[in-house]
Write a protein that binds this ligand. Structure first.
Ligand SMILES: NC(=O)c1ccc[n+]([C@@H]2O[C@H](COP(=O)([O-])OP(=O)(O)OC[C@H]3O[C@@H](n4cnc5c(N)ncnc54)[C@H](O)[C@@H]3O)[C@@H](O)[C@H]2O)c1
Length: 280
């Protein structure tokens, strides 16, 4: 079993220890995590980190192709397993059904990571339609509220956790992104209020506020600009490390917030920003 604790342990050691022990190794072994938007980007990074720790990972993504591809890749790498549950989390009825299905299939839910989100192109308030505000709030905020509401009955049983992927824009704002930034701030208000309400019931609720992370969303945003490469370089330079974060770096913070290592932390907005907000 020691072999598996080191970085880079892989499927080649399975025959030495047996499939069952391999699948049961890791800090989230025997536990279930739901990751919304887990098919790509930060969600896929979270799914990978939990899978490496032996979790059963439910990937809820409206992009069924990405969800299935990520799930098979992670299951092949092990030791945990991942399964794709195609779902638009902005549709509360569908979202509730999938949460119930995951709990029925795997018997428990230990962590919900509300990660799915969209960032519309930058527009002034004059050019931002109320329909756009509504769409952004539904994906980024309503789904976070709904996911928490529907998962809480299961999380009460496991004394589980909720991790909401917000953004540094929640506290710093973002030019011509008022709908996006306010949806992310709403997630933080929800995180703190639920932490107060659910703490006495043994459920911890925290948020992660990333600055710039190298994901498909980031590249889609850059592609809308005149010079995508220099835009990406400019964004990388905002962090004191001179680079963007990786999805797995956010995944490791989510793992910390989901395990007993963070048992005295709740209601916090963890700024994962590579020093981007320093030295104003
Ligand atoms: N990338 C960054 O720099 C950054 C920074 C701060 C916060 N965030 C936040 O992190 C989260 C993930 O961002 P990302 O950069 O990984 O994005 P991404 O676009 O690269 O990946 C998002 C995934 O979520 C899925 N998704 C989107 N809407 C969905 C819906 N309604 N139902 C189900 N799945 C849906 C997409 O299909 C995709 O697989 C978002 O909430 C975003 O606001 C990202």
């Amino acid at each position: 079993m020691e072999l598996l604790r080191g970085a880079g342990a892989g499927r080649d050691v399975v025959s030495e220890i047996g499939e069952w022990e391999y699948r049961m190794s890791g800090r989230f072994a025997g536990r279930v995590v739901i990751v919304t938007g887990g098919g790509k980007g930060i969600g896929a990074g979270c799914a990978a980190v939990f899978c490496q720790e032996g979790a059963r990972v439910a990937i809820l993504d409206r992009d069924a192709t990405a969800g299935t591809a990520t799930a098979s890749q992670l299951t092949a790498a092990g030791p945990g397993t991942a399964e794709s549950f195609p779902c638009d989390v902005a549709e509360p009825t569908a979202f509730r059904k999938i949460i119930d299905d995951v709990a029925a299939k795997w018997g428990r839910i230990d962590c919900l990571i509300n990660n799915a989100g969209i960032h519309p192109p930058a527009t002034t308030i004059d050019d931002t339609s109320l329909d756009m505000v509504d769409a952004v709030m539904r994906v980024n905020y309503l789904s976070t509220f709904a996911g928490a509401k529907f998962a809480v009955p299961y999380l009460r049983k496991t004394k589980g956790t909720i991790v909401n992927i917000s953004s540094m824009t929640a506290v710093l704002g973002q030019d011509r992104s008022s709908a996006y930034a306010s949806s992310k701030a709403a997630q933080v208000g929800l995180t703190k209020s639920l932490a107060i309400e659910l703490g006495p019931q043994g459920i911890r609720v925290n948020a992660i506020l990333p600055s710039n992370i190298d994901t498909p969303l980031m590249h889609e945003w850059a592609a809308t600009l005149d010079d995508p490469q220099s835009a990406l370089a400019r964004v990388a330079a905002l962090q004191v490390f001179g680079r963007m974060g990786t999805p797995e770096e956010i995944g490791r913070i989510a793992l910390f917030l989901a395990t007993e290592d963070s048992s005295f932390i709740t209601g916090q907005a963890i700024e994962a920003e590579g020093g981007a907000s320093l030295d104003y």
